[in-house]
Design a protein around this ligand. Sequence first.
Ligand SMILES: NC(=O)c1ccc[n+]([C@@H]2O[C@H](COP(=O)([O-])OP(=O)(O)OC[C@H]3O[C@@H](n4cnc5c(N)ncnc54)[C@H](OP(=O)(O)O)[C@@H]3O)[C@@H](O)[C@H]2O)c1
Length: 427
Amino acid sequence: MKTIKLGIAGLGHVGCGLIELVNLQAALRLPGRVEISGVSARTKTRNRRVDTSSYHWFDDAAALAADPDIDVFVELIGGSDGPAKLAVEAALRAGKPVVTANKALIAMHGSGLEKLAQANDVDLMFEAAVAGGVPIVRVLRDSLSGISVQRVTGILNGTCNYLTTQMLETGRSYGEVLDEAQRLGYAEADPTLDVSGMDAAHKAAILASIAFTADLDFDKVSVRGVDTIELLDLVLADRLGLRIKLITEGLATKAGIICRIAPMALPLHHPLAQVDGALNTVRVEGDPLGAVTLTGPGAGAGPTASAVMGDVAKLFTPTARSPFGRAAHHKVRQFVAADQTERSAFFLRVKLADRPGALASLTEALAAHGVSVDKLLQDSADDTGAAPVAIVSHVCSRGDIDAAAAKVAALNTIIGAPQVIPIDLAY
Ligand SMILES: NC(=O)c1ccc[n+]([C@@H]2O[C@H](COP(=O)([O-])OP(=O)(O)OC[C@H]3O[C@@H](n4cnc5c(N)ncnc54)[C@H](OP(=O)(O)O)[C@@H]3O)[C@@H](O)[C@H]2O)c1
């Protein structure tokens, strides 16, 4: 039976989860035997939930990566630069296949690392980097290589999805639910990477690069998170038959590949509208398939380690295939920035001062930019004198709705900033 010897750098949530899986491998369906040869982390003396004392310890992850005694280097440190990048590069240069869960590293440096892997004729695998335990990377790269992809949408940040789901279900504010999520360990102590949309953006850019054979250019990705979403937005949208979620999107257009992450309002029968809590989901649409949707746990030690182990299992028969599924005869496409001419219906929420004519001034400001109202909901003023109004617009351009929202924001009958969220009607 073939044996693969791992060098594991990073012994945190996922690293320890992987060691647990290695110890339980009799219950798995691996093609051969997996052993751990060496490990590396920041602090040797740290108490960990698994015993690592029998493995050769390396203070320097890059030294472990190039160690002749390992067959595969597993990078579970994290971060787009610094020790993770140095160690992955060292492994590839030493001709060792690499498995990583590091979305930031792949999103920021995927193209360069792909070249290094190809130059050294080794595999670079990152199934766990996108949607944790949901097997989408190799499904998209390999199993779906027979379709021409038009659109990839997803919910790729469990923390954001948990926040919006819990706010609506329990009627609590963004801050209250975030505090609780941090206490329960669902959100990081510093949740910025998640709530700003950046974590989801890393994953979406990787998927778009694979789906559309596109050079991964993270600077072109447009990113908006959930940090400006209020409970009021979720409640009013719900009453209009819409669910607001942080949605990732990769889209093939004539100009190039658009990749964006933003809150979107989904009709309740939309395939992603019912994906609640910390789940992740990815929907791939293309010809001649139609659409396929995968849903499951997008994070957590066990699910993420299982994706890492799936990559290790694949390495029993190395392919040295391009990590992004590219071949020399493929036409490589480019990421382009999302432009203002794109058309959609929009959910617009404002708080009106409780004064005569306030509603008329709102609809006039919208009409001045060609934005017409499909549905309108107005609530009574609260004790601060602000009356919430939610509008579903007819289809208009992003440029028009943004210009209209700016005009609305300048009205003296408006309290606070208007909220503008595109409605996804294209599915
Ligand atoms: N957690 C998840 O659910 C999840 C899901 C999908 C993907 N991922 C990705 O998986 C990776 C690991 O995440 P995690 O949650 O396991 O992180 P974590 O719990 O913070 O663990 C990070 C590990 O890296 C070690 N480390 C830090 N600096 C190092 C260095 N210079 N050399 C060697 N090791 C170093 C730390 O050592 P010490 O323990 O000694 O401090 C720690 O063991 C990240 O790329 C993350 O984005 C995580």
